[in-house]
Design a protein around this ligand. Sequence first.
Ligand code: GCB
Length: 593
Amino acid sequence: MLRPQDSATRERKSLNGLWRFALDPDAEGRASSWFSRPLPGAGEMAVPASFNDIAADSAVRDYVGDVWYQTTVRVPRGWAGARIVVHFESATHRATVWVNDAEVVSHEGGYTPFEADVSAHLAPGEPARITVAVNNTLSFQSIPPGVIEQTPDGKRQRYWHDFFNYAGIHRTVWLYATPRPHLTDITVVTGLDAAAGTVDYATAAADAEEAAVHVVLRDADGSEVAAGSGASGTLTVPNAHRWAPGDGYLYDLEVQLADRAGGLVDSYHQSVGIRTVRVDGIRFLINGEPFYFTGFGKHEDLPVIGKGHNDAHLVHDFELLKWIGANSFRTSHYPYSEDVLDYADRQGIVLIDETPAVGLNMGIGGGIFGGQGYTTFSPDTINDATREVHAQAIRELIARDKNHPSVVIWSIANEPESDTAAAEAYFEPLFPLARQLDPTRPVGFVNVMLAPYGKCRVSKFGDVLMLNRYYGWYVNTGDLGAAEMAWEDELRGWASEGKPIIITEYGADTYPGLHSVVATPWTEEYQVDYLAMNHRVFDRFDAVVGEQMWNFADFATVSGIMRVDGNKKGAFTRDRQPKAAAFALRRRWRNLG
Ligand code: GCB
């Protein structure tokens, strides 16, 4: 699937704005065909945004089930004869879409795009009604998983990941038009040959048996540097300007479909960053040079709009990354908006790209360790059907993000149970799946403290080791001396594995404005001391090739005794003000060189 764009042959129309909106607590909307008329009793809701925090009402915030969105769009008159598609960049966690009275598509998974050819269901020049039932229920067969529990106040969604279950239409909705013969996919793989760069490209098209493919590669000034013909091929760029961390240099690959007479049929522009990624022993190489990750695990999380994408906040967050000296982040714990990926490409920010497979671990709940009364992997809980949903999430992530030079690692899960035979059996096929879908990038998963060195049965499948550790916070709380010893001891074990290690999380909850002269958890001073202890430990190991502090900013979670208005491990507050830790990180990262 190609992301909608305007080109010489394509036109798109954003459907963002206020949509009609209704909850469906009695689950009657589908049976009563709510899509066939103006939504009954509808209010209005912003798209893109999570619906949860928009209303001042816990019935909306904590709602579980179908919610309905509806808009009316006038289809441009000029689109007569075109193929017309409705495209959702995401709908969390699943959706069914109707155009006028016709059901056109359903999609499972809250963070990847889906679309449908709706040409047969609307008419250029006429209005069309688009209705979406978005469902936010998590089950043992969803990624991420969850369970519905009955309480005296009704049903309640429970889950094992530590961020609020925001839902709704979080990203842009497009109506777009392409010619009938059209490009359906483009894959680029880049290489380096001394000063030259190579671009292997492969294209796919539909309804285009007669059409020929031509490609032109242009540099950032728009000058042609290479050209070719054929559905796939290799282009060579002498003296290529490499994409590199901090230097988001992009070429533009224009792919054209032409008819027999040479007339232009379809045209699509694909950005290309020429770079290589490789693991060599304990080194992580970008363009053959050792790379050390600095940065964060982040979230898509903002006041009011929840997980809704917002361009102003995107740019601001990247400015803060630059200010603090971060060169990377992980898209913890789900694929982020494609606007984020595009911007990271242009800014030269390096990404670890993660699936939504978080909370596959019933030993953890909301950051709290301990039995939660469920077995993680079993025929009745996370099972083969779940693994197929997980596999599909991996397929959709790689299909969507394969061409982004910023993405250097696929993370197939965050902190699953990984110390049991059942976990090993569950994960074993998922690693080769990811490698088969993309043989060019290292594949890993993020290991939890409950499966320490010597106990984890899944890490052996990964190309890199990604560790989340909270010595000095969840264990050895307030005792950084003991924490340092325990942490160094465990890390020594991992370092003996001969793989690069990235510390993908280390952090301490910190209430902004809380101070103490003696080391006291929750204070700004303790967070600074905690980070310094971690950095001392990392610096003792050559195998540690990166540190991503948890978290970039404070974020919303379910409420509970471990969370004070959300998770407070941010270097920045939720509204992006720096804590003392931000200045400490800035001093370290800007001097690492
Ligand atoms: C973790 C999780 C992350 C949590 C964090 C915490 O290990 O990966 O989602 O938010 O710990 O703060 O407990």
